[in-house]
Design a protein around this ligand. Structure first.
Ligand SMILES: Nc1ncnc2c1ncn2[C@@H]1O[C@H](COP(=O)(O)OP(=O)(O)OP(=O)(O)O)[C@@H](O)[C@H]1O
Length: 277
């Protein structure tokens, strides 16, 4: 079954250049992507190609200017509680303890107090922070806060999980531990996950498919099927198949990164020339 159907999505912004003039910035153009129910799909692409823009549209936090996007066959209107979001630095409520932060979504769903607490404790243990249950966010490091944000969205058990570089700010060891935890959680209940990352290895390790995007205006350049066996463990990173997929993905993305860089260099040069006369 298809969970998300994005067809011919167009999104552009009006931006001011260095000379103060308004310009059109086309971020997504003819962006097509189908995501299956229960699939773990990662999106890889050069910086600025529109990954977050697409996720924000999916989340109901931004609009698109053209094309159609359906979730469960319906157009997206506003932010829905069926969609769980994890962004980098996603805010916790400072006046609530860690455990109370984890319970927010469950309260909205009217889950009883005892059950709420048990679920929250379970997910807090998963991210290795049980000892901090009664601390407040400001008492935690940045990495710990991000782990709480991840645990919070997992505890909420949304139908669709949208994750925008959720591990980017974490140290390498915590990142690897959480990748494996996320695989376990996903393999246990197979909720649809759309996951943005800059790490090719992370995308391959976690995903059923990886969508590689072009430089801006962003389109899906290719969908890579990650035909690695599940359940996946860390050892799979060392397999020959993993290395082959990594090489293939890198070849696809390398050209786009170069294009994105020359695009940026072109903008800077034009602005410089305009400035000097
Ligand atoms: N609200 C906005 N107004 C103007 N420009 C925007 C807005 N949102 C995004 N952009 C621009 O759109 C482009 C794509 O941004 P987006 O954040 O989607 O890229 P990305 O692929 O997620 O990048 P990164 O990998 O660096 O996070 C960027 O050039 C960004 O500056």
């Amino acid at each position: 079954m298809i969970k998300i159907q994005a067809g011919r999505i167009h999104r552009e912004f009006q931006v001011k250049n260095n000379s103060g003039e308004t310009e059109r910035l086309v971020v997504l153009e003819n962006f097509n992507l189908q995501i299956r129910e229960g699939e773990f799909l990662s999106i890889l692409g050069p910086s600025g190609c529109g990954k977050s823009t697409f996720l924000n549209i999916l989340a109901g936090l931004d609009r698109h200017d053209g094309g159609e996007i359906l979730v469960d066959g319906e157009t997206i209107k506003t932010r829905s509680f069926d969609r769980g979001l994890v962004f980098q630095g996603y805010a916790l409520l400072p006046w609530r303890t860690v455990l109370e932060n984890l319970e927010i979504g469950l309260e909205i769903r009217h889950v009883g107090k005892k059950e709420r607490r048990a679920i929250a404790q379970h997910y807090l243990a998963l991210v290795g922070l049980s000892a901090f249950a009664h601390q407040y966010p400001h008492q935690l490091s940045g990495g710990m806060r991000q782990r709480v944000a991840i645990a919070r969205v997992l505890a909420y058990q949304p139908d669709l999980l949208l994750m925008d570089e959720p591990f980017a700010a974490l140290d390498a060891q915590t990142r690897e531990i959480l990748q494996i935890e996320l695989i376990k959680i996903w393999e246990a209940d197979k909720k649809t996950i759309v996951f943005i990352t800059h790490s090719i290895d992370e995308a391959i390790l976690l995903s059923d498919r990886v969508a590689v995007m072009t430089a801006r205006p962003g389109q899906v350049k290719e969908l890579i099927e990650v035909a690695l066996p599940r359940p996946r463990t860390e050892a799979i990173r060392n397999s020959g198949d993993f290395a082959r997929i990594r090489q293939y993905a890198w070849e696809l993305i390398k050209d786009e990164v170069v294009k994105a860089q020359s695009l940026q260099a072109g903008i800077e040069e034009r602005e410089h020339n305009e400035k000097i006369g």
